[in-house]
Design a binder for this molecule. Structure first.
Ligand code: AKG
Length: 321
């Protein structure tokens, strides 16, 4: 994770979101296919603009499901603030993504994979790579997807996964990007912190994080997808006056967990957003800071917030009886 106190200047950049299809139980095949799609995405849009940042979906190297996570564990052992040695990494997904980032010369948000820590706990973890192939940040899903909508969907990630405990971001030469994974989108506090302030791991001081965009590898389903997928992303983008994007796997109706698809990105003014349908595809979007600045200048909620009135949300949390 970057430890800069000040965010880099927001400059235009080209984003490629891979709505990955064909995810099977064969990890090698999944990695091979993801690599092919990264190479394709890097080539850029039809007008030939090369991608600066490429994104994969949640759980891109294995099927998505509580029974599957323990069968695909990878040890990453990333320590924020320390140079990560890719050569010594035991994770084949990390090695593939690092090599691909270097080969195409672009930043990669490597979706998420089941990660096993040294304490043997499993996490749903996103890894991020620089164009030089360095692993620069990780994000462990903070809010585990435990829901029960009778007759529709019951899912309990906490049966096999543990929750991450930090908000995370990384700096590129064009923007500061905040990370989350799927269900994390339902917790507006996390996005608000990423857009406004957070804890600097180096100094343990609260600092302005000031992300320009939040990007969440995700995989909504056929029940909550139509209800909330678009609404939540639009809300987070407007609440925080930032770009917001979730990248999904393609829909596979033969799979046990059917992903909603509809990978999308929304800008802070909601004047335009790009989105996919259900099938495998790559969305190319040119991100222009102009909309970000216009939103903040025209409707300045970012500076009008009254933290003196709503000092501490956690303080009013209802206590368990
Ligand atoms: O929040 C939702 O409705 C879906 C979340 C989800 O699918 C996930 O966290 O993987």
């Amino acid at each position: 994770m970057s430890q800069l106190a000040t965010a880099p200047t927001f400059k235009p950049f080209n984003l490629a979101l891979i709505q990955l299809g064909g995810i099977t139980s064969d990890k090698n095949a999944n990695l091979k296919h993801a690599r092919e799609m990264i190479l394709k995405a890097a080539g850029g849009s039809e007008d030939g603009k090369k991608a600066d940042l490429i994104v994969l979906p949640e759980c891109f190297n294995s099927p998505y499901g509580v029974d599957h996570f323990p069968n695909y564990p990878e040890r990453i052992e990333f320590k924020a603030g320390h140079k990560y040695d890719i050569e010594k990494s035991q994770s084949e997904s990390v090695k593939m993504l690092s090599a691909a980032a270097k080969e195409v010369g672009a930043w990669i948000i490597g979706g998420s994979i089941p990660e096993q820590d040294t304490d043997d706990r499993l996490y749903n973890t996103c890894t991020v790579y620089s164009p030089q192939g360095d692993l620069v940040a990780i994000h462990r899903k903070v809010h585990l997807f435990d829901i029960d909508i009778p007759g529709k969907i019951t899912f309990k990630e906490s049966e096999t996964l543990s929750a991450g405990t930090s908000t995370n971001f990384f700096d590129t030469d064009f923007a500061r990007i905040g990370l989350g994974i799927c269900y994390d989108v339902r917790f507006p506090e996390m996005a608000a912190i990423a857009a406004r302030k957070g804890l600097n791991p180096a100094t343990l001081l609260t600092q302005c994080i000031g992300c320009h965009a939040l990007i969440y590898p995700s995989a909504f389903n056929m029940t909550t997808g139509p209800m909330h997928w678009e609404l939540l992303q639009r809300s987070r983008a407007v609440d925080n006056q930032i770009y917001f994007s979730m990248c999904s796997p393609a829909r596979d109706v033969t799979s046990n967990y059917i992903a909603w698809g509809h990978t999308m990105i929304v800008d802070p003014m909601q004047v335009g957003f790009s989105g996919a349908a259900e099938d495998e595809t790559i969305i190319h979007v040119h991100i222009d800071p102009k909309t970000f600045h216009e939103a903040r200048a025209g409707i300045p909620v970012t500076t009008q917030r009254r933290f003196d009135v709503y000092v501490d949300v956690a303080a009013s949390e209802p206590k368990e009886k």
